[in-house]
Ligand binder design. Structure first.
Ligand code: NAD
Ligand code: ZN
Length: 348
């Protein structure tokens, strides 16, 4: 397979700076890495946070963002035994971890103190050729639609893991904030596939239609509802057993401490910068509620999340646009107007 010396990428020099679509060198894989010819990459709100520099953790600069890359292995380092040239592979947020610490040993590798993060501390999938640690890279079955599977590589894994840890049982209500966004559109489907009864919370008719089409049993519009908490409690006959927060909004979390069902669990996934959870202690205690964080997923969660996709029980419904148009997606996301997930085609 002939590998060019240079390639197209979207790169920025400083946080919030110009998103340049230009030619950059193709990276060479380290002994434990594969080089993936990225065909498609999903655009996650995390990429927008990274570009803007929203979080206390600094990004690498200059940076190529992107961490939902799906493509074909075109080269591999000397130590790689689990991928062959021509295999399909996926780039995840957790590009690599040490695999030797307490957290890696327990399968909580996203909590490794020495993580390498795609599109954050390591150049990601908004380029045509990207490197990934072979042990951490996702295995994608041959014949998979690479454009449509891309969003599973972050959004799918993340929401699947959050639902796995939300303590709800089959038949119970799960409310999802940000349900009409990228993570949300997958969360509604995973929730359904896992036997839960999803209630979608987001805004506008387009997102309402998407959520109901994907299987949500109800939709509550956080912008127009006269009393959001009351509406959710009525819909779920006493409050949802779990709430999955994908909204990039501190207020949504505070509100959920009031409407969550007694003994229920609130799972924090969305990452608004500088935000805090506020829960009134008296009702928190007497309702015996739980609040926990959930951060992407491990390698087993990755394989399981991809299996739901392979079986056709979740679909990504991604809209494909040229890589050169990435800034337009950031604009839409910023305005809360991105319905579902956008995927970039790296060949354009
Ligand atoms: P997105 O922009 O596609 O979707 C966010 C949605 O939230 C939008 O549809 C928006 O309308 C909605 N929203 C905004 N305010 C709301 C409110 N008050 N109530 C209900 N809905 C509201 O973003 P995304 O790509 O789905 O990512 C969502 C968040 O998840 C980001 O902060 C991202 O960084 C984070 N994330 C976390 C993890 C993790 O492992 N914890 C992984 C991936 C992404
Ligand atoms: Zn992501």
């Amino acid at each position: 397979m002939s590998i060019p010396k240079t390639q197209k990428a979207i790169i920025f020099e400083k946080n919030g700076g110009e998103l340049q679509y230009k030619d950059i060198p193709v990276p060479t894989p380290e002994p434990d890495q594969i080089l993936i010819n990225v065909k498609y990459s999903g655009v996650c709100h995390t990429d927008l946070h990274a570009w803007k520099g929203d979080w206390p953790l600094p990004t690498k600069l200059p940076l190529v963002g992107g961490h939902e890359g799906a493509g074909v292995v075109v080269a591999k380092g000397a130590n790689v035994t689990n991928f062959e040239i021509g295999d399909y592979a996926g780039i995840k947020w957790l590009n690599s971890s040490c695999l030797g610490c307490e957290f890696c040993n327990k399968g909580a590798e996203s909590c490794c103190p020495k993580p390498v993060l795609s599109g954050y501390t390591h150049d990601g999938s908004f380029q045509q050729y990207a490197t990934a640690n072979a042990v951490h890279a996702a295995k994608i079955p041959k014949g998979t639609d690479l454009a449509q599977v891309a969003p599973v590589l972050c959004a799918g894994i993340t929401v699947y893991k959050a639902l796995k840890t939300c303590d709800a049982r089959a038949g119970e209500w799960v409310a999802i904030t940000g349900a009409g966004g990228g993570l949300g559109s997958l969360a509604v489907q995973y929730a359904k596939a896992m036997g839960f009864r999803p209630i979608a919370i987001d805004a506008g008719d387009d997102k309402k239609k998407l959520c109901l089409d994907l299987g949500a049993e109800g939709f509550v519009d956080f912008k127009t509802s006269p009393d959001l908490g009351k509406e959710i409690v009525e819909l779920t006959n006493g409050g949802p057993h779990a709430v999955i927060h994908l909204a990039v909004a501190e207020a949504a979390v505070t509100q959920s401490t009031e409407y969550v069902r007694p003994t229920g669990t609130i799972v924090l996934v969305g990452l608004p910068g500088g935000a805090y959870v506020k829960s009134e202690i008296f009702s928190h205690v007497v309702k015996a509620i739980n609040i926990k964080g959930s951060y992407v997923g491990n390698r087993a969660d990755t394989a399981e999340a991809l299996d739901f996709y392979a079986r056709g029980v979740v679909k990504s419904n991604a809209k494909v646009i040229p890589l050169s148009e990435l800034p337009k997606v950031y604009e839409l996301m910023e305005q809360g107007k991105a319905v579902g997930r956008y995927v970039v085609d790296t060949s354009k």
